[in-house]
Ligand binder design. Sequence first.
Ligand code: AP5
Length: 191
Amino acid sequence: MRVLMVAPPGAGKGTQGAVIAEHFHLHRVTIGELLRRHVADGTELGRRVRPLVERGELVPDDIVLDLMREGLLEARALGGGYVLDGVPRTVAQALAAYRVAHAIGMTADVALHLSADDEELVGRLLKRAGIEHRADDNEAVIRQRLRLYREVTEPVLAYYARRGILLTVDAMRPVEVVSAEVLAALEARAG
Ligand code: AP5
C-alpha cells in the first residue's frame, strides 16, 4: 500500500501516519521532520530552509522532491509500501511528485485527506507548543500555515478525486476514533 497524506497542520498527519505505518508495516517518509532534522544539524540545506520553515512558508519544490524521491527509493528497497506525510502542498507539486514517483514505479494508490476546522487545529498546535517547542508553533505562524493550506494545498484534493484515489476522514474526533476509521477504510481498499 502506498499512501500519501493531505491535511492541514495539526489534523494528524504525523499521528495517523505512524499508526498506519505500524499497522501495515509501511516505510514512513515525513518531509517536515526531514527538514527539521537538517535545520537542527545545521546542514547547508538546513540553513537554506530554516527561515522559510520558521515563517510557515513553503520550501522550494526541488528540495522537497529530492527528499521525497530519496524516501520513496528507501521504501522501494524495503518492500515498496509507504506513508508519505507532507507532499504535496500545491497542485504543481502534486503533478511534479507524480512524475518523480512514476519514474521509479512508486506512485501512490491512496490520498488520505484528514479534514478539520481551523480553530480546533490552532488549539491543538498551541497545546503542542507548550510541550514540543517547534519553531513554527506560535499563533501567528500557525495561522499562516493554515492560510497557506486553505489557499494552495486544499485544491490538490480535486486532483486526487479525479485520479479516483481520494479518501477523506473526519479528523475532528479523538485520535483513536480517527485511527479506527482510517485503518478500516484502508483495509477495505487493500482487501
Ligand atoms: P510539517 O511538519 O508537515 O507541518 P504541518 O503540515 O504544519 O503539520 P504538523 O506537523 O504541524 O501537523 P500534523 O498534521 O502532522 O499533525 P500531528 O499529528 O503532528 O511541515 C512543516 C514545514 O515544512 C512547512 O510549514 C513548510 O515550511 C515545510 N514543508 C513541509 N513539507 C513541504 C512541502 N511538501 N513543500 C514545501 N514545504 C514543505 O498533530 C498535531 C498535534 O495535535 C499533536 O500534538 C497531536 O498529538 C494532536 N492531535 C492529532 N490528532 C488529534 C486528534 N484527533 N484530537 C486531538 N489532538 C490531536
